[in-house]
Design a protein around this ligand. Structure first.
Ligand SMILES: *Cc1c(COP(=O)(O)O)cnc(C)c1O
Length: 394
């Protein structure tokens, strides 16, 4: 049997070019070829993030959680007020990280599956001490809900706060323009919409966030310190070798390839990141059309649905073994993640290279339909496939 198709919200299926780029003998971190790829990748991060030339890209070996730790460690002093716009499991995580750093954390909590509006955040900011940092989760992977980063960041700026966006599960898929939106740290992990294996914690830091780090009273732990890494990345961008701690020399050349593929995207009328964003929007809508045609309801409320994944309620009479049944049909999907509702829904990732492959998207919807039928909940798979195809073409 062919390999099952991995359609979870990260790790994701790699493009053939990225997969080939990871299959190399590990290079030295000071070889000329590696230096060139690393320098190129750092510049391309700014372009993918929509970050000005004055922003500083950071690439650490680690998962997305390390990028979250790094942002907080460089911006929050013990006693600082931090506001977390909480849309689920990963917002809880950054709140925990900030409170371990000694931050006084307040959460603006959405109903599960809902977003938080600008007015709600404005009222919360007015109600308590002015925060140093406001944290947003662009897409909370536990609920499939997306927040409007541009409007929430604007409200945070009005209040004089720095804005940290957890873009794991969004960056490289969901529409985002770091500098134009006034975001100060935009972070992600390599294995989500960027389309690499797990192993890189990626972030881009604004000049205002950098200035806040320079004012910080309690330095971050050494490995997380932006000021330790910055000269290293600057050297690589200038084509010079440099060393503080060994970078992930196998993943970084592949990062350059993955970012290059995003920036070279061409969907006819639009190019580059605009093409990537509209493609994810089209694919998100098409997958939702497929779920609707199967009679399924989504967890996120209308208008707040992410385009990078779907969080889907289990229909009446279908148990949490549905992902296992779908797996038997050759497609791996994920179970629920948010602890309070884990057994009531499942999740399907649709970000990165698979968004360029209509037949893989169709295979996914068909496998979900077959899994439902196997679970005794008969659905019309052909009808769903037609709905997906129509939406992809439309
Ligand atoms: C996956 C994810 C994380 C955590 O990333 P890891 O690489 O698993 O550490 C954080 N935030 C969001 C929104 C995610 O989807």
């Amino acid at each position: 049997m062919s390999d099952p198709l991995l359609m979870i919200p990260g790790p994701v299926v790699l493009s053939p070019a990225v997969l080939a780029a990871t299959a190399i003998a590990p290079p030295s971190h000071v070889s000329p070829a590696f230096i060139e790829r690393f320098g190129s990748a750092l510049g391309r991060m700014r372009a993918v993030w929509g970050a000005d030339a004055s922003c500083r890209p950071m690439v650490l070996a680690g998962s997305g959680t390390l990028a979250m730790e790094q942002a907080i460690a460089n911006l929050v002093d013990p006693g600082d007020a931090v506001v977390v716009v909480n849309t689920g499991y990963f917002s809880d995580r950054i709140a925990e990280i900030a409170s371990r750093r000694g931050g006084r954390v307040r959460s603006v909590r959405a109903e599960l599956g809902a977003s938080v509006g600008a007015d709600t955040l404005r009222a919360e900011l007015a109600a308590g001490p002015a925060p140093a940092v406001v944290c947003l989760t662009h897409v909370d992977t536990s609920t499939g809900a997306r927040v409007d980063v541009a409007s929430l960041a604007a409200v945070a700026k009005e209040a004089g706060a720095l804005v940290v966006v957890d873009g794991v599960c969004a960056t490289g898929g969901e529409r985002a323009h770091m500098s134009a939106w006034g975001v100060d740290v935009a972070l992600t992990a390599s294995q989500k919409a960027i389309g690499l294996p797990v192993g890189l914690a990626l972030s881009v830091v604004s000049p205002a966030a950098w200035a806040a780090r320079e004012r910080l009273r309690m330095p971050p732990s050494l490995y997380l310190d932006w000021t330790v890494w910055q000269p290293i990345f600057e050297a690589y961008e200038a084509g010079r070798p440099s060393y503080f701690a060994t970078p992930a020399t196998t993943l970084i050349p592949a990062l350059d390839v993955a970012l290059g593929e995003l920036l070279d995207a061409d969907d006819g009328p639009s190019r580059g990141m605009e093409a990537v964003f509209t493609r994810h929007e089209r694919v998100g809508a098409a997958m939702r059309a497929g779920w609707a045609a199967l009679g399924l309801d989504l967890l996120p409320e209308a208008g707040a649905e992410a385009n990078t994944l779907s969080a889907i309620r289990l229909p009446e009479g279908v148990g949490p073994d549905l992902p296992a049944r779908i797996g038997k049909r050759g497609v791996i999907v994920a179970g629920g993640l948010h602890p309070s509702i884990r057994h009531t829904y499942f999740r399907v990732g649709h970000m990165g290279w698979v968004t360029t492959q209509p037949e893989l998207l169709l295979r996914t919807v068909e496998a979900v339909g077959a899994g439902l039928t196997d679970a005794g909940h008969a659905v019309d798979v052909g009808f769903a496939a037609i709905a997906v195809e129509a939406a992809l073409d439309g």
